[in-house]
Design a protein around this ligand. Structure first.
Ligand SMILES: C[N+](C)(C)CCCC[C@H](N)C(=O)O
Ligand SMILES: O=C(O)CCC(=O)C(=O)O
Length: 459
């Protein structure tokens, strides 16, 4: 579960590295934001009282009228569902395709005055007989009703996807790593080791990055490895790419300039989920530099929300245009710009979009105070990201592939000289998260969802 263990910040003025007392590998909530917050950001505030798991014998009391169905839970709380909602979520074979997991019933097939004519409750759930001509029957597991409650929401079930391990520069002591042969070894049935791929993806989820060691330093075998993990996403850079300082693309990555900590493809409506790098060569000497930088953007965001909640709020609210315009024939601009810090419906930080080089023209629709406030907020966040506490510098070598959650962890590099060739690929966020969820289900390595198959879908 999530623990409130934010670092004791010993200095408010961030002139010196933050002597955060945070230890790496602490599971800490990512900061929370709700659009009503103007001054302070509640971190870790949970909805309602801590959840009290249903004891087997505890059966709620259920009553219905022509509009709604109310549930009085044994722990004293009451929730209400619109009858239309319940009928719409029926999972019987007439309403829901057992194999495709898709809804069969259309909205027009739900009578406006739908309501239960009979209600039964037992430990398997709530069973309703509806006012339809065929006396349609629906059954809802009690867990589903607790988890989907919205009037009011009950303390929500935080599945393991909410827990991340925030880290600072001390991660260098033992960074998350997995070996190439673990992934490439086939299981008894000749299948690629799904368990090892799940271990890799769980580490990427938990830490925001993971190294894969002993990868043959060829583009071909790197591509083969990536494709075993998840499908490669094609972009204007191609699918699997190799790059060097030849400005073959109109982007600084194709130069020998240093690049500050950033996330990639902020100019896409859907930024790449994984950024995967593998250095193929950089003879040094004579080459110099080209060291890789990693910063946990969720760690520094949690510091920002603690030190400067107003700044956190501004970076969470004000949209920032981004673009890629340096290559002939490419004029990428997302039709809907987004804030730097984006949150899910639970107010959990879910996506960081941070790229100073690709940032467009700010301020459209902002007030003068918001322009000033955003720059103050951005400079504060930038200072946290550049702190000795946050920066993890690592010299990549041929043979070590780096998988980064591009929605969370920023990467960068120091300027370099000499001939340096990197290869890698992007993977879509939905694609790697789907792969991880499907492997989790297949191997149930992590806590199984609290609901069985038909009810744990589409949240
Ligand atoms: C990774 N590869 C070299 C192919 C492309 C790099 C793109 C860099 C771009 N400024 C961005 O942030 O998206
Ligand atoms: O060359 C590197 O090490 C990183 C380049 C980079 O930041 C990028 O491709 O986005």
């Amino acid at each position: 579960m999530l623990r409130q263990a934010l670092p004791q910040i010993t200095r408010r003025v961030l002139r010196q590295p933050i002597t955060a007392t945070i230890q790496p590998y602490r599971t800490i909530s990512t900061s929370r934001y709700s659009s009503t917050d103007t001054e302070t950001i509640s971190t870790n505030s949970r909805v309602g009282k801590p959840d009290i798991p249903l004891r087997a014998g505890n059966i709620p009391t259920v009553t219905s009228d022509e509009n709604k169905t109310s549930i009085a839970w044994p722990d004293g709380r009451a929730t209400t569902f619109d009858n239309y909602f319940l009928f719409d979520h029926c999972r019987c074979s007439k309403c829901f395709h057992g194999q495709t997991k898709q809804r069969l019933k259309t909205l027009s097939e739900i009578p406006d005055d739908i309501h239960p004519i009979a209600v039964e409750v037992d430990k398997t759930g709530v069973h309703l007989t509806w006012s339809t001509s065929d006396a349609h029957k629906s059954s809802f597991p009690l867990e589903f009703l607790r988890r989907s409650a919205y009037d009011p929401p009950l303390a929500s079930y935080r599945d393991d996807k909410e827990s991340r391990i925030l880290w600072n520069s001390k991660i260098s002591q033992s960074p998350p790593t997995i070996r190439y042969d673990e992934i490439m070894n086939t299981e008894k049935n000749g299948q690629t080791s799904g368990r090892a791929i799940l271990r890799l993806l769980n580490r990427v989820h938990d830490f925001g990055f993971c190294f894969v060691q002993d990868v043959p330093a060829t583009g071909e075998q790197t591509k083969e490895l990536i494709e075993k993990v998840a499908p490669i996403r094609n972009t204007h850079y191609g699918g699997f790419w190799q790059f060097t300082a030849d400005l073959s693309h109109g982007d600084l990555a194709y130069s020998n300039e240093g690049l500050p900590a950033h996330t990639d493809t902020t100019y896409f409506s859907d930024p790449a989920g994984l950024q995967i790098f593998h250095m193929l060569s950089h003879p040094s000497p004579p080459g110099t530099g080209g060291t890789t930088l990693l910063v946990d953007g969720f760690y520094t965001a949690s510091l920002l929300s603690t030190l400067y909640p107003t700044s956190y709020s501004l970076l969470s609210r004000l949209i920032v245009p981004a673009h890629a315009s340096g290559t002939e024939g490419t004029m990428l601009r997302p039709p809907l710009s987004q804030p730097a810090l984006r949150h899910d419906e639970k107010g959990q930080l879910i996506q960081l979009r941070w790229n100073n080089e690709d940032r467009g023209v700010l301020g459209q629709g902002w007030t003068p105070d918001e322009v000033k406030g955003w720059y103050q907020a951005a400079r504060r966040y930038d200072e946290l990201n550049r702190s000795e506490d946050a920066e993890y510098w690592v010299q990549l070598q041929p043979g070590t592939m780096l998988v980064i959650d591009n929605w969370r962890v920023m990467h960068g590099r120091s300027a370099f000289t000499g001939s340096r060739t990197m290869c890698g690929a992007y993977v879509g966020a939905d694609d790697w998260l789907s792969r991880r969820a499907a492997l989790t289900k297949q191997y149930e390595i992590r806590k199984k969802s609290i609901l069985d198959d038909d009810w744990s879908l589409g949240w």
